[in-house]
Write a protein that binds this ligand. Structure first.
Ligand code: URA
Length: 199
């Protein structure tokens, strides 16, 4: 936890992009260092900026519900964002802001070494698959380097759209099975992975 805490301290004092001028608090992320799943959102919003914690507003409440639906508690998973400070007015993050913040997420991935990375929305997906369209790849685990990425819609986008809400709920329901298959792969070795036709 020492390594994570010192990373959080660095993020809280970061001045690498313009967003430090308008933030109330940076939002490094939270969750256990040995979490099996990492959820990556886009950027902190109003409530996250106030509290310094990820996904604590309406989208966060929905994320908690989605987690509960698959028997997971928020405390069991790791939750963070592509960028760690709120863009003013919740505008989309800019390219240079994403680039400046990228090393922090890279270090979180290195420290946590999650078995599964669930990308929430298109900015998070773009970190791993810059050219992919979320509507085409959502709900399918994809191996990117040594990371297994599982793209789903962003909870804020899905919250008020019945069609998308159904889609994100459906995609979340597959998570336990995916984890189970990843565990089997670990036991049986890479060669068996193909037989499981997970990718
Ligand atoms: N939306 C995000 O992408 N991240 C948060 O932390 C909150 C809302």
């Amino acid at each position: 936890m020492v390594e994570l805490e010192s990373l959080y301290e660095e993020i809280r004092h970061c001045t690498k992009c313009r967003l430090h001028q308008t933030r109330t608090n940076a939002v490094p992320g939270e969750g256990p260092e040995n979490a099996r799943i990492m959820f990556i959102g886009e950027a902190p919003g109003f409530h996250e900026d106030r509290q310094g914690r990820p996904f604590v507003g309406a989208a966060g409440q929905f994320l908690d519900e989605l987690l509960a639906g698959i028997g997971l508690k928020r405390e069991e998973v790791y939750i963070c964002n592509v960028i760690k400070c709120r863009p003013p007015g919740n505008r989309d993050p800019l390219k240079d802001e994403i680039e400046a913040c990228a090393p922090y997420l890279d270090r979180q991935l290195e420290i946590i070494k999650p078995k599964l990375v669930v990308t929430l929305g298109r900015y998070s997906l773009a970190k791993f698959l810059p050219k992919a369209s979320i509507s085409k790849v959502r709900g399918q685990p994809i191996k990117v380097g040594n990371i297994i990425c599982y793209p789903v819609l962003h909870p804020a986008a899905a919250l008020h759209q019945p069609k998308w809400r159904e889609a994100i709920e459906e995609d979340f329901k597959r998570i336990p099975k995916i984890l189970e298959e990843l565990d089997k792969m670990e036991i049986q070795g890479e060669s068996k992975a193909k037989q499981l036709s997970l990718f």
